[in-house]
Design a protein around this ligand. Structure first.
Ligand SMILES: NC(=O)C1=CN([C@@H]2O[C@H](COP(=O)(O)OP(=O)(O)OC[C@H]3O[C@@H](n4cnc5c(N)ncnc54)[C@H](OP(=O)(O)O)[C@@H]3O)[C@@H](O)[C@H]2O)C=CC1
Ligand SMILES: O=C([O-])CC(=O)C(=O)O
Length: 256
């Protein structure tokens, strides 16, 4: 399988190393001299990707998915993304959907830093009455987000909530931190009905995600303490692992 990847950040580097099969990289600026001698083809536009790329992986965030996603799908290339929060934008959602239909390709949403999406998706068939997602990270992991306007992240000495609202609001306001809220919404009760709470907590070292759901199926609680990637405290290592798993799934005859 010939794999292309968007971005060269923390998740992309983990994925490239694990798959050891990257063919081309879609970057947003020319690489500095000396960084382009590793055998990888780097291109700036989708139309420069080689014709034999089977699948593209987006590990570059909302703007990159919006910029390149429709053209990739329209070219008939499947796309795996971790930028699920970008789908809170209804216009982008429908552009991606129609590009995939026109190109005969699929947009595959990696499970990212969260789990229990299979359970939510199945429970949604019978009807969900309540879904809440709570994201708790150390203060430094909220740097660069609206949490900075509400809290003094450098001196915080106890856990503090900096956002409460819908999954659509969370995914839009926190593009680098609330993709998991979008994942929960897309698998379950939708962007409006999924309630989200985001907390900065100086007492923890992990990225902690919790989902509580109830409905016709019964109820469940999912709790994960995710280790961050060494290169980016905002992003859990599981997000990168989930991309590798999505590619492995794409290659399997028996799929789970
Ligand atoms: N679903 C989930 O559970 C999770 C999703 N995420 C999402 O994944 C994204 C990436 O995470 P991470 O790897 O840790 O972030 P990093 O900041 O380490 O890397 C982001 C990379 O994307 C590149 N990039 C940004 N915009 C574009 C663009 N328009 N075209 C091409 N490349 C672009 C950056 O390039 P440059 O070097 O030029 O800046 C950089 O290489 C996050 O922003 C977040 O949205 C993250 C964690 C969990
Ligand atoms: O990696 C995480 O822990 C969650 C995250 O950043 C996101 O959902 O965007």
């Amino acid at each position: 399988m010939k794999i292309g990847i968007i971005g060269e950040g923390a998740i992309a580097r983990y994925v490239c190393t694990s798959l050891n099969a990257t063919h081309a990289v879609l970057v947003r600026s020319e690489p500095p001299v000396g960084k382009d001698n590793d055998g990888l083809l780097r291109v700036l536009h989708v139309n420069e990707l080689p014709g034999d790329v089977d699948v593209m992986i987006d590990c570059a965030g909302h703007a990159a998915l919006a910029e390149h996603g429709p053209a990739i799908l329209e070219r008939g290339i499947d796309l795996v993304t971790v930028s699920l929060g970008a789908l809170a934008d209804t216009d982008l959602y429908s552009r991606l959907n129609s590009a995939a239909e026109r190109g005969g390709a699929r947009l595959r949403l990696a499970s990212g830093s969260i789990g229990a999406l299979d359970c939510l998706r199945a429970a949604q068939v019978g009807g969900l009455s309540e879904v809440t997602y709570t994201g708790r990270k150390p203060p430094q992991s909220w740097k660069g987000s609206p949490a900075e306007d509400r809290l003094d992240l450098d001196t915080l000495d106890q856990a503090a909530t900096h956002f409460e609202g819908s999954a659509r609001q969370a995914a839009t306001l926190y593009p680098k931190n609330a993709n998991v809220a979008a994942a929960v919404a897309l698998a379950g009760a939708g962007f409006e009905a999924t309630k989200v709470r985001l907390i900065a907590d100086p007492g923890i070292a992990a990225n902690i995600h919790e989902v509580k759901a109830s409905g016709a199926f019964g109820s469940f609680t999912f709790h994960i303490e995710g280790r961050a990637l060494p290169d980016n405290p905002r992003s859990s290592a599981l997000a990168a692992m989930s991309v590798v798993a999505a590619i492995e799934r794409q290659q399997s005859a028996i799929v789970i």
